[in-house]
Ligand binder design. Structure first.
Ligand code: 5AD
Length: 358
């Protein structure tokens, strides 16, 4: 019985892989409604009707990697590349702070053009100017030393999606020089250093199967990240995957609900990709258990150059300057913006365990 499985997830029990698979493949409308309602209730229990905001600063679209799905891949010669300097980035933070953001997410391609020293300098500047804010990095695979340097400089959080937890599938999405092993090693390093870590995957990426999604859920269960970002795959015409179909809305929503039940206190964004797939995608994500949105704080003139996929949203409620619009949209579904850093809340079971250790 599917309902029993959902109820078991809802009460903190774990499911066997084939049981998870039946939830990943769920299409029955009644059961999907039941699952999503449980996801929503679980988020409400822990976060009420508050949705955290993070200001996303896309500070460079240069990338040394060549991932087959991503519009910013190195081989895409049509991209006009840009790199924001320190002044421009600090200005984004200032604007964001005034708007009420208390988390800045510095996201970029794997840009070799920024020296480690430059990055640490930048992080130190932000840390000094905004001691009450969280600094999140999302700049891909780096050495352990580099991760440590950024942490020491004041970064708190790091986003690095694993993209897919299946080896073969990973190889179909990435060129040879990238490996799932290395990706996972980075995530464990980030955790060991003390970052709040985020991972995640695309739903409906080319060649993905239900078993791959089960592996994703299992990997996330093992890693226990503080943040989990998922969104539908969306094709970009100037990539090798340009003619593939986008990921499914309903499967993405089901997975948000499943992840919410498996990780009651995690920070789960209703992503830009979800909002780009359908106009009310982010609201639908929140109604299934997502509790974060990441409006765009990048300078307006560079936004269209950060095209991971076609038709990416970057204005209106998606933009930092559209916070009022976002607030209104959240209000219509019974939610509101939660200002504040919104740090990860340790589940009670873990809090107890750590006091025992002390
Ligand atoms: N569709 C959806 N998501 C994408 N990403 C990159 N390219 C695409 C795409 N075509 C996601 C990846 C990456 C994050 C920054 O954006 O999961 O980790």
């Amino acid at each position: 019985m599917i309902r029993t499985k959902i109820d078991r997830l809802n009460t903190g029990q774990s499911l066997r892989p084939e049981e998870l698979k039946s939830l990943v493949l769920l299409t029955d409308p009644e059961l999907q409604r039941y699952l999503r309602e449980k996801g929503r209730q679980k988020a409400q229990e822990h976060f009420g009707n508050g949705v955290y905001i993070r200001g996303l600063i896309e500070f460079t679209n240069y990338c040394a990697n060549d991932c087959y799905y991503c519009g910013l891949r190195r081989s895409n010669r049509k991209v006009r590349r840009y790199r924001l300097d320190r002044r421009a980035i600090l200005l984004c933070c200032k604007t964001g702070y005034e708007l009420g953001f208390r988390t800045f997410v510095l996201q970029g391609g794997e840009d070799q053009g920024f020296q480690v020293k430059e990055m640490t300098g930048l992080i130190e500047d932000i840390r000094r100017s905004y001691p009450d804010c969280a600094i999140t990095l999302s700049i891909g695979e780096r050495s352990a030393g580099e991760y440590q340097a950024y942490f020491n400089a004041g970064a708190d959080r790091y986003l690095l999606r694993h993209e897919t937890a299946n080896e073969e599938h990973y190889r179909r999405l990435h060129p040879d020089r990238l490996s799932l092993k290395q990706r996972k090693a980075c995530l464990y390093q980030l955790r060991a250093i003390g970052y709040q870590a985020g991972t995640g995957f695309m739903v409906g990426s080319p060649y993905q199967t239900a078993d791959h999604l089960v592996a994703d859920l299992q990997f996330i269960q093992e890693l226990q990240p503080q943040m989990i970002g998922i969104g539908p795959f969306l094709p970009h015409r100037d990539t090798p995957f340009g003619t593939f179909l986008p990921g499914s809305l309903s499967q993405t929503l089901n997975l948000i609900a499943i992840l919410r039940l498996m990780h009651p206190t995690a920070l789960i964004p209703a992503t830009t990709a979800l909002g780009s797939l359908v106009p009310d995608g982010r609201e639908q994500g929140i109604l299934c258990g997502a509790n974060v949105v990441m409006p765009n704080l990048s300078p307006v003139q560079v936004r269209e150059k950060y095209m991971l996929y076609n038709n990416k949203l970057f204005s209106g409620a998606e933009a930092a300057e559209g916070l009022r619009d976002l607030e209104k949209r959240l209000n219509t579904i019974g939610y509101r913006i939660a200002y504040g850093r919104g740090d990860y809340q340790q589940p009670h079971s873990l809090q107890e365990r750590s006091t025992h250790v002390i």
